[in-house]
Structures are given as structure tokens and as C-alpha cells.
Design a protein around this ligand. Structure first.
Ligand code: DUC
Ligand code: ZN
Ligand code: ZN
Length: 488
């Protein structure tokens, strides 16, 4: 009998801060020791020549959720978490989504049941708030936050979800009081609505016009407005799925001025462009997401934003819809760009794409890879110390990566239920061959070894970003206003 349940020996370990060679001893699902020549384990894994990295945290993915258009995702908690695990991700944070007529406690309870029965890796929830009425703001939202749902997403577009600026201010004020992080989908609703209407009137219905309607100026205007609202109250804010170079400049400028604004990006903004929406026939629908992929300049701006900290988290925004009547093509080939489900899959390939094209290609360091895929998510969403790092006391969530493994992406190798991948045919270098979730070897030899329902709900603390806002002057400058409007 060894001292540890599992020992991962002689790997090259990377955290967001350092790289070192070490053995890792795991006991009761937690990292119990890091060192050289540590005591034996009941099971040993030889990781010589491999990278030993924190399991990824995907803090933006849609699972078993109704979209704003009322469409059910193609992935449930089982297929989504299996797919995540095969790609080196060991924690997901999808959305318990309120639609306007729904009561938040029921939304959360229903969603919790689905996850409890099916998830194979650990998970938390964000809330999507579509109806910030008095009950939601005064009772239901604070209760959800107390249960560990310490972040919520709000939309500035979509008829059925969007909040106006007055409502956004209400939400920011409650979030400040209750210690929650507000995530914003920032696109100007009326610009998109006006453009889409005119495009359809002119007979421009093909998938590529989705990217025309969702102009980068609609993104940068709403980004600027969301930041202005958060600065008005001195409340931190996270802009999700940032795609365009103008929005990135807007965020960087605001940060330079001391605003506590944070931002996320996704693989589709590094590896796809609007030209992908112009593929043969209706194939462009497979690349239709909001905001849409942009151009080469924006891709470069996203790389630069990830390097300089303007973009702190890299999530999949996995929004799984099949290329058929249930998702992308409700009216077959007659489907207009306004009728197709918005979203692309990415849970499984998020990490391998960045490992290969970011780290292996020399664009980012391995520490930056770890920060962007795991550690920054833990800090952003109240999981620091527990998830997203390799440290004594942290959950033993680990990916063991073979940097020499070369693969060509095919839909058939993936474990989601989408039936296509936007990255078909890409050649990638590096793969997470062994994945460990809370000390359990859940993926090995391309085989899953985890029971349905074995993932655990993560009751999250408040975001670290609320405790340490970058807005140096925000707290002071806004204190008087906040007190005048009864926020404290
Ligand atoms: N926003 C998301 O966050 N995901 C999919 C579609 C959307 O508009
Ligand atoms: Zn969104
Ligand atoms: Zn999303």
C-alpha cells in the first residue's frame, strides 16, 4: 500500500507562474504532495516527456439550455462533460437560463437536477437573467448568489433576453451589493435589428449576412456603453466573447483609465473568420455565432489582447446546434441567417487548438496557456486555490499532454452531439492523453472511465476580481455617487 492513491511521476509541470519537473502525489482527490522522488502511490503514471497541466476550466459553455430563440442545445450534461474531459477540461460553468416568464429558483433547481444526474466532471453555474424585476433583484438573485452561483450573464441584444441600460444599472447595483460578477453580451441591438431587416429586404438571406448584420461597430458601441455603465457605478464587469479589434481597443483603453473591466475571448475569434460563413450552399451556417468571427486583423488583435492581459479568459462559448432542422436549418435550405441557431461547438477542441497553435507554434508561453485556459477562470469565478492550478491542497484536476502527438481533427473523433466541427481537417500538435478529475483518471487510452453523475456541483466564492478591482480610482471616485443613490 503506497502513501498516495495516485502519483504522476517526472512530468514537466506548468502553472500560470512557473515550470518545473516534479512528481505529484494525490490523495482523496486532492493534490497532497509535489516534489521529487515522493513516496509511491497505489497507482503510478509515468509522465516523463509529457506536460502536466491544470485541467481546463471552461467558464462559458451552453449545455442542455434553451437559447434566446427557444432552441434546445444538442448536448446534455453527459455528452458535454464527456466531450470536455476528452479535450482536457475538468470543470465547466454553463448557464442556468431564465427566460422572462420563468422563476429563478425553479430555473436553478431544474438545471441542478439535470447536471447532478449526468455530469462526469465538476461544474458550477452562472445565471442568465432576462427579467430583472423586484423579486429577481431583491430575493431570487441574492439567494442564488448565496448558493454559490456568483456570476450572472445579461444580454444587450436578442428580443427575448435583452435588458435596457436602466435595467443593466439595476443589475450592476445588486451585483455590487451581493458580490456577484456581471458578464455582458455586448452588441447593439438596434444596429443589428436595422441591418438585418434591410439585408433581408434586399434578399440577402445567406449565412454570410449574419456577419454583416453583427457589424464590429455594434460590438464596440455596446462594449463601450457597458463599460460606461459599470464605471458610472464603479462596479466591475466582464465582457464575454470579445471578437473584434475595435472592442478590444475599447476595453484596453478603459483598463488604462483604471476601469475594472475584464474580458473573455474564444477559439472562433482566433481560428475562424467571416469568410467561413461564406462557404458552399448553407455550410456557412456551421460557423454562425454571435458575435461572428471577424477578419485576420481582428484575429491578430485577439492574440495581442491575450498576451497583454486585455483578454484574461479563453472559453469555448460552446453553443451546440446540429446542422439540421433541430438547430442550424429549421427551414432547410430556405433558412435565412436570422432563423438559424447562433453558436459553434468547441468544448473538446478549445484546449488542443490553443496548445497547438498558441503554445507549440510559439505565440504564447505554456504559463500563458495555463492562465488563459484554467487559472484566470478560477480567479474570475471564485474557484481560486481549488481549481485551475497545480498546488498542494487543490483538487487533483490534471491533464497529461503529449506534445509530440499529431492529430487531424475529424468530427468522428469528438464526443459531443453536434455532428460537425468548424475545425474539420485541421492538423494539431499536442493532445491531452490522460485526464484526471478530482484524482480519478477519467480519460486514458482514448477511453472514458467516469460514471454519469459523478461530477460535483461547485459552490463558488465571489470572484477575485471583486476583491481586487483594477479600477484604482473607481472605488474612491464612485463612493459619493453610490451613497447618494442608496447603494450603500
Ligand atoms: N451568445 C453566447 O454567449 N453564446 C451563443 C450565442 C450568443 O449570442
Ligand atoms: Zn452571448
Ligand atoms: Zn455563450
Amino acid at each position: 500500500m503506497g502513501e498516495f492513491d495516485l502519483v504522476v511521476r517526472k512530468g514537466r509541470v506548468a502553472t500560470a507562474a512557473e515550470v518545473f519537473e516534479a512528481d505529484i502525489g494525490i490523495r482523496d482527490g486532492v493534490i497532497a504532495a509535489i516534489g521529487s522522488s515522493i513516496a509511491p502511490g497505489k497507482r503510478e503514471i509515468d509522465a516523463a516527456g509529457r506536460w502536466v497541466l491544470p485541467g481546463g476550466i471552461d467558464s462559458h459553455c451552453h449545455v442542455e439550455q434553451l437559447s434566446g430563440m427557444g432552441l434546445m442545445c444538442a448536448d446534455d450534461f453527459y455528452s458535454a462533460t464527456v466531450s470536455a474531459a476528452f479535450g482536457g477540461t475538468t470543470t465547466i460553468i454553463p448557464f442556468a437560463a431564465q427566460h422572462r416568464a420563468m422563476k429563478i429558483p425553479e430555473v436553478v433547481a431544474d438545471y441542478a437536477r439535470l447536471a447532478r444526474e449526468k455530469a462526469v466532471i465538476d461544474y458550477g453555474f452562472h445565471l442568465i437573467l432576462a427579467n430583472p424585476d423586484d423579486t429577481a433583484l431583491q430575493t431570487d438573485l441574492p439567494a442564488a448568489i448565496r448558493e454559490g452561483i456568483t456570476s450572472l450573464k445579461v444580454y444587450m441584444t436578442y428580443d427575448k433576453l435583452r435588458l435596457d441600460d436602466h435595467q443593466l444599472l439595476d443589475v450592476l447595483a445588486v451585483a455590487a451589493r451581493e458580490q456577484a460578477l456581471v458578464m455582458v453580451h455586448a452588441e447593439n441591438h438596434d444596429m443589428i435589428r436595422w441591418l438585418a431587416h434591410r439585408l433581408l429586404e434586399q434578399g440577402h438571406t445567406a449565412p454570410k449576412y449574419h456577419a454583416v448584420a453583427h457589424d464590429p461597430i455594434a460590438e464596440s458601441e455596446a462594449t463601450n456603453r457597458a463599460i460606461a455603465l459599470s464605471r458610472l457605478l464603479g462596479v466591475p464587469l466582464l465582457i464575454v466573447h470579445v471578437s473584434g479589434q475595435e472592442a478590444i481597443h475599447t476595453i484596453r483603453n478603459a483598463k488604462t483609465r483604471g476601469a475594472a473591466v475584464y474580458a473573455e475571448t474564444c477559439p472562433q475569434y482566433l481560428f475562424l473568420t467571416a469568410e467561413d460563413l461564406d462557404r458552399n450552399g448553407m455550410d456557412g451556417a456551421m460557423f454562425c455565432c454571435s458575435p461572428p468571427p471577424r477578419d485576420k486583423e481582428s484575429q491578430e488583435a485577439v492574440w495581442a489582447g491575450m498576451k497583454d492581459g486585455t483578454l484574461l479568459t479563453y472559453s469555448s462559448d460552446h453553443a451546440p446546434y446540429r446542422f439540421d432542422k433541430t438547430g442550424k436549418l429549421p427551414k432547410g435550405d430556405a433558412t435565412t441567417f436570422k432563423e438559424m441557431a447562433n453558436g459553434v461547438p468547441g468544448l473538446e477542441l478549445r484546449l488542443p487548438l490553443l496548445f497547438s497553435e498558441g503554445f507549440m507554434a510559439g505565440r504564447i508561453t505554456i504559463q500563458e496557456f495555463v492562465a488563459l485556459t484554467a487559472t484566470n477562470h478560477a480567479a474570475m469565478y471564485g474557484l481560486s486555490g481549488r481549481k485551475g492550478t497545480i498546488a498542494v491542497g487543490a483538487d487533483a484536476d490534471i491533464g497529461i499532454w503529449n506534445p509530440d502527438r499529431e492529430i487531424t481533427v475529424t468530427t468522428g473523433m469528438l464526443h459531443d452531439n453536434v455532428g460537425y466541427t468548424p475545425y474539420e481537417g485541421r492538423k494539431l500538435k499536442g493532445w491531452p492523453e490522460i485526464v484526471i478529475s478530482r484524482g480519478r483518471v477519467v480519460v486514458e487510452n482514448n477511453t472514458l472511465n467516469a460514471e454519469r453523475g459523478s461530477g460535483k456541483f461547485l459552490k463558488r466564492k465571489p470572484s477575485d476580481m471583486l476583491a481586487n478591482p483594477t479600477g484604482i480610482s473607481a472605488a474612491v471616485a464612485r463612493q459619493m455617487l453610490r451613497s447618494l443613490v442608496g447603494m450603500q
